[in-house]
Design a protein around this ligand. Structure first.
Ligand code: SAH
Ligand code: SF4
Ligand code: F3S
Length: 489
């Protein structure tokens, strides 16, 4: 088992092995040697801070990088005044990029005080040529830049950057490689994300993800199950299966397998009580999956089903491959199969050419579906995507006005939806002691809603039956009931 490899036993006088992951373990041993030298010189271990922007894929990638940093001896800290600071970036919307540039200025000041400081940038934003060019020109103090395809080489890149005397940039355009068995440090001991696929082949016309994350690649089911079994043995009770379009899982495997089939295998893993997944693309959501959800006692009663727009005309230009009627039919089938299922979504407002009529179609879907929650986004032009070149970009003031109207409607409906659960007693997986009030703990229902109730730290990671006493719009205040929990639903 690679996780049990003793880094101190690796012979650093020989050349690094060429096969993976053995090569990365060799470089981790080298990093550990560097960390020990630091300790000798400074009489303390070096500190490291990892900041994650963007989606759950990035969050999972960060856990992998933290796993490597911890295994070589860095002490993790929340403070950016650290010896090693890494930003794992997102570029899905313009404001995600701006945040990074804004914060780099502060990091530069820290580095002036601590010249040994290492500043590292990785993730989706780094896959854009214009970004790297800008960093090379105006942010020379950054030590290491790499992208989404060579994250598994993290240890090797740190060693090379330490040895280099100027900024090291290594960006790959694509990869077909999936390296298994590197260390991971989970943020929570009782739940974990699990990548089931990487990349995206859908090329929705507004979206940068396929360009920065590369082509769709599914992990072998055996590897996924092995990872989940290990997680379960380690105390994990909830897994979140991650992919940009989980419904097309397995299509490119040597022995193709559907997502529904994979779910059935995962259900059999003992110790796993809750299974979540994201994201589902409506064009590939199969009846087979709905049936598996209907029969399952472990798959959570939650479906995140991005709508993007309710207008058939816009959906076509977005390259989404479904229409309003198809979407509404899916929702109907889901609700028939899984009563009480929570349905959430993503919506973009102000896509090029969107008219008031198109927008009203979106509002109509919102009113018909009655989402339990919805992420609403103002369209953001991403250079290199087909939509960026479309002529009729919507005026910002018009888009903003529609956005406000949509948000109001979404919030009104979500609050009413949540209210319907008040009074029910349901199992909550407790996630943490409440950060604002230490006498409360906070957790989630199967449908992903947040519940706060009086409790203590011992409850973290366990299922507790809670009566939902009061609905506060986006969350509930509850009270523990005294009986044994029998199911995670
Ligand atoms: N793979 C997922 C979405 C990943 S990106 C899916 O297909 O559903 C998360 C969300 O960001 C998208 O659902 C979309 O609503 C939003 N988004 C993506 N590109 C955007 C853009 N250019 N402007 C505004 N929002 C965007
Ligand atoms: Fe982007 Fe579409 Fe792929 Fe989602 S499915 S990541 S929105 S291209
Ligand atoms: Fe952002 Fe990359 Fe995720 S662009 S949304 S971090 S896949």
């Amino acid at each position: 088992m690679y996780n049990e490899i003793d880094l101190d036993k690796i012979d650093l006088s020989s050349n690094p092995p060429s096969e993976e992951p053995a090569r990365q373990y060799y470089f981790m041993a080298k990093c550990r040697e560097m960390v020990r030298n630091f300790k000798q010189r400074h009489d303390r271990f070096p500190t490291a801070c990892v900041q994650t922007f963007g989606c759950q894929m990035n969050a999972r990638d960060s856990e992998k990088m933290v796993g490597i940093l911890e295994s070589v001896g860095y002490r993790m800290t929340e403070s950016e005044e650290a010896d090693f600071v890494l930003y794992n970036t997102c570029t899905v919307r313009e404001n995600a990029n701006n945040k990074v540039y804004g914060r780099l200025g502060t990091l530069h000041n820290y580095k002036k005080k601590n010249p040994h400081m290492m500043i590292v940038l990785c993730g989706c934003m780094m896959q854009e040529e214009s970004v790297v060019q800008k960093l090379r020109e105006s942010y020379r103090f950054v030590d290491l830049i790499f992208g989404t395809h060579n994250i598994y080489k993290f240890a090797e890149l740190i060693v090379r950057a330490q040895e280099a005397d100027s900024m090291l940039v290594e960006i790959w355009q694509e990869t077909d490689k999936i390296v298994e068995d590197l260390p991971v440090e989970r943020k929570y001991f009782f739940k974990s994300g699990v990548n089931i696929m990487f990349g995206c082949n859908n090329f929705c016309s507004y979206c940068i993800v396929p360009y920065v994350r590369g082509r769709e690649r599914s992990r072998e089911p055996g590897e996924i199950i092995r990872e989940i079994e290990k997680l379960a043995a380690d105390g994990v009770v909830e897994v979140m299966l991650l992919g940009q379009n989980v419904n097309s899982y397995g299509k490119n495997l040597k022995e193709p397998m559907s997502f529904a089939e994979l779910l059935q295998k995962i259900e059999q893993v003992e110790g796993i009580e809750r299974i979540r997944f994201m994201t589902s693309h409506p064009k590939d959501l199969s009846d087979e999956l709905i049936e598996v959800m209907r029969r399952s006692s472990k798959i959570c009663k939650h479906m995140h089903l991005p709508l993007q727009s309710g207008s058939d005309r816009i959906l076509k230009i977005m390259n989404r491959h479904y229409d309003k009627a198809h979407y509404l039919r899916l929702v109907e089938k889901l609700r028939a199969a899984v009563p009480d299922i929570s349905i959430t979504t993503d919506i973009i407002v102000g896509f090029p050419g969107e008219t008031e009529e198109d927008f009203l179609e979106t509002l109509d879907v919102v009113q018909k579906v009655r989402y339990d929650s919805a992420f609403t986004f103002l369209y953001s032009k991403r250079t290199g995507t087909p939509a960026a070149a479309m002529e009729e970009q919507v005026l910002e003031s018009v888009a903003k006005e529609r956005f406000d109207r949509l948000l109001k409607e979404v919030q009104k409906i979500a609050a009413k939806q949540a209210e319907t659960y008040t009074g029910q007693t349901l199992p909550v997986l407790v996630e943490q002691v409440n950060t604002q009030d230490g006498s409360l703990v906070s957790g989630r229902l199967s449908n992903n809603s947040i519940v706060h109730f009086p409790g203590n730290a011992d409850m973290v990671g366990t299922f507790v039956d809670v009566t939902l006493e009061e609905c506060k719009g986006f969350y509930y205040m509850g009270r523990k009931v005294d009986r044994e929990t029998t199911s995670a639903h």
